[in-house]
Write a protein that binds this ligand. Structure first.
Ligand code: COA
Ligand code: AMP
Length: 621
């Protein structure tokens, strides 16, 4: 079947107000447009359709929150009622088709309700992960210029309450753009002060809200903007369109995950990440399945058996999480003793993504769970897997270290520096031949030029994934490393470039570099090296402590920035390029070669000494 036939057929499985007559418009590459003349609505496909088809009493959403000791379920009919009424609240605040709404919320059902309510009105949501600080939120407010922001009084982390409302207020103060209204969910563990004339209380607003109907939108109208890390402090606003997202996500539920309507599907991620958008909110609901929202961690809430409890309690068929979650469980319960307490016979498969899956973790999970453990590779930009073992099509042999083969719709190739295809087994840039399939990003918000220059310029005719890897003689793809400044910390994608911008703001810092060093649990951790201005005579420890705090205040706790050291100089090439790759290799204790272009080789000895004081580059002295 050809690519267009595949997606034409998949498009037949969703609801359209006006079915598309054209499958793909290729007239303006790289701005390919799928189903350009169709009209649809994502909320209708997620909720109304199933209620009308008789699934109204089936569970649509299960909420389990060990950190607040709460359990709640919504049937499709109940969820539709909540969403239609919250859409009424937003409409009352003037939100119309095309308007942006920022959602800055913890993992509570109201986050999903807010997202679907936007989709119902044809408004464009932009969810900002709760672990980001005010400044990051302010950058997104200015870029997306939302009419309304939906937030909560707090998030609950195992160790502390995170007061979201003061963070939101500070962000609005910092931003140039001001929303005309905010809706705040009041959680019992934390009060929030409402700003008169701007803020509404969620409960109060819902008490009098009238349900709003679905607004038909063009297939290529944006469903959402999701910001992700690039090489600078200005995040990239990935735009996903409506029609392509519905078609592709619904197709993946059966073909990749082998999940049917009525099955319980659990993506243990956060609505602030792409995994949350595609597989906590939209995919399972487009499919008529039951989705699970979990406000907790794999360990410590209360123990490393938390995931097994949830799987057995709710009959979970498929679990999707990041390898780091399994490394955390394995570290606390290496023999898997907590598994003995639960009946996991309902579980068919485990899917892992977000970072490279080390074979040890994969094999441990396979051994303990006794089900296929599927590593699959994808990105915020693609919205769904590029490479995976597709369980609904055929279970291919599992090869640890590889997310298997390209998923139908993606033509993955490996190119060398000159854009030539390399032989099997040879490493190079992982690229995807255009067009990308439906449901992938259609542009970057407010940054069409950056969309073209960052992804489609280096290798004409191809999408540059930013990952390096190779394809073996069996067509198995191996994703090895990023080719840019992006690092992966506990499955969270972060920019070392953005972190350098924050460190450079310290008045005593002349120069700095951030590199991603290997970490057994989180995969990678950021490590900062600071060069101080001449004449600074304050203790280096003070400057390091201030820099760590500044990173937490500017980017947020999610940056997990705790490793930082002052050095005399940074190693550079003669043309002035900082040798970050060499420093990373030294820190990780990997073999490295003295770069031929280095200006002064002695600096690397100094760097090695400094890294040792942090416990890297071999043993601490
Ligand atoms: N709101 C506010 N703060 C948050 C937050 C949120 N939604 N999520 C995380 N944070 C904070 C944490 O409290 C922590 O703060 P701390 O420095 O005060 O301890 C910091 O951000 C780092 O969080 P995290 O990276 O989650 O580390 P952790 O040590 O709390 O937990 C894991 C480690 C591995 C258990 C956890 O990252 C995890 O479960 N990962 C699962 C994978 C995942 O969600 N991947 C997403 C893509 S699939
Ligand atoms: P994000 O956009 O946050 O989903 O992060 C995408 C990046 O995470 C990719 O470009 C990869 O670098 C990495 N990644 C995601 N899944 C995998 C995987 N299965 N194997 C290797 N790397 C992965």
């Amino acid at each position: 079947m050809s690519n267009t036939e595949l997606w034409q057929q998949a498009a037949g499985n969703i609801h359209w107000y006006e079915a598309p007559q054209t499958v793909l418009d290729s007239s303006n590459p790289p701005f390919y447009r799928w189903f350009p003349d169709g009209t649809t609505n994502a909320c209708y496909n997620a909720l109304d359709l199933h209620v009308e088809a008789g699934r109204g009493d089936q569970a649509a959403l299960i909420f389990d929150s060990p950190v607040t000791d709460t359990r709640r379920q919504y049937s499709y009919a109940q969820l539709l009622d909540e969403v239609a009424r919250f859409a009424g609240v937003l409409a009352g605040l003037g939100v119309e088709k095309g308007d942006r709404v920022i959602v800055y919320m913890p993992m509570v059902p109201e986050a999903l309700i807010a997202m679907l309510s936007c989709a119902r009105l044809g408004a464009v949501h932009s969810v900002v992960f709760g672990g980001f600080a005010s400044n990051e939120l302010a950058v997104r407010i200015d870029d997306a210029s939302p009419k309304v922001i939906v937030s909560a009084s707090c998030g609950v982390e195992p160790s502390r309450i995170v007061p979201y409302k003061p963070l939101l207020d500070a962000a609005i103060d910092l931003a140039q753009h001001k929303p005309s209204g905010c809706v705040i969910l009041h959680r019992p563990m934390q009060d929030a002060t409402l700003v008169a004339g701007r803020d509404l209380d969620w409960e109060e607003a819902m008490a009098t809200a009238q349900p709003a109907p679905c607004v038909p939108v063009a297939a290529n109208d944006p469903l959402y903007i999701l910001y992700t890390s690039g090489t600078t402090g200005q995040p990239k606003g990935v735009v996903r369109d409506t029609g392509g997202s519905i078609v592709a996500l619904k197709w993946t539920m059966k073909n990749i995950y082998n999940v049917d309507p009525g099955d319980v599907y659990w993506a243990a991620s956060d609505v602030g990440w792409v995994v949350g958008h595609s597989y906590i909110v939209y995919g399972p609901l487009f499919n008529g399945s039951t989705t699970l929202m979990y406000e907790g961690k794999p360990v410590g809430t209360p123990d490393p058996g938390a995931f097994w409890r949830v799987i057995s309690e709710y009959n979970v068929k498929v679990l999707f999480t990041a390898p780091t979650a399994f490394r955390a469980i394995k570290k606390e319960d290496p023999t898997g003793s907590y598994l003995q307490q639960y009946d996991l016979s309902c579980l068919d498969s485990l899917f892992l993504a977000g970072e490279r899956c080390d074979p040890n973790t994969l094999e441990w999970a396979q051994d303990k769970l006794g089900v296929p453990v599927i590593d699959h590779w994808w990105q915020t930009e693609t919205g769904w897997p590029i490479c995976s073992n597709c369980l609904g099509i055929e279970l291919l042999p599992i090869v640890p270290g590889s997310p298997a083969r390209a998923v139908p719709g993606y033509d993955v190739q490996v190119l060398d520096e000159n854009g030539e295809q390399v032989a099997a087994g040879e490493i190079g840039a992982l690229v995807v031949k255009q067009p990308l399939p439906p449901g992938t990003f259609t542009t970057l918000w407010n940054a069409e030029d950056r969309f073209v220059s960052a992804y489609f310029s280096r290798y004409p005719g191809y999408y540059e994934t930013g990952d390096a890897g190779y394809i073996d003689e069996n067509g198995y793809i191996f994703v090895m490393a990023r080719t840019d400044d992006v690092i992966n910390v506990a499955g969270h994608r972060l920019s070392t470039g953005a972190m350098e911008e924050v460190l450079a703001e310290h008045p005593d810092v002349a120069e700095c570099a951030v590199v991603g060093v290997a970490d057994q649990m989180k995969g990678q951790l950021p490590l900062g090296l600071l060069v101080l201005n001449a004449g600074v005579d304050r203790p280096a420890e003070d400057i390091v402590a201030e820099s760590i705090q500044h990173m937490r205040d500017k980017i947020g706790p999610v940056a997990a920035f705790k490793l930082c050291v002052v050095v005399e100089r940074l190693p550079k090439t003669r043309s002035g390029k900082i040798l970050r790759g060499t420093m990373r290799s030294i820190a990780d204790g990997e073999p490295w070669k003295m770069p031929a272009t280095i200006d002064d080789p002695v600096i690397l000895e100094e760097i090695t000494g400094a890294l040792k004081t942090l416990g890297y580059a071999g043993q601490a002295d």
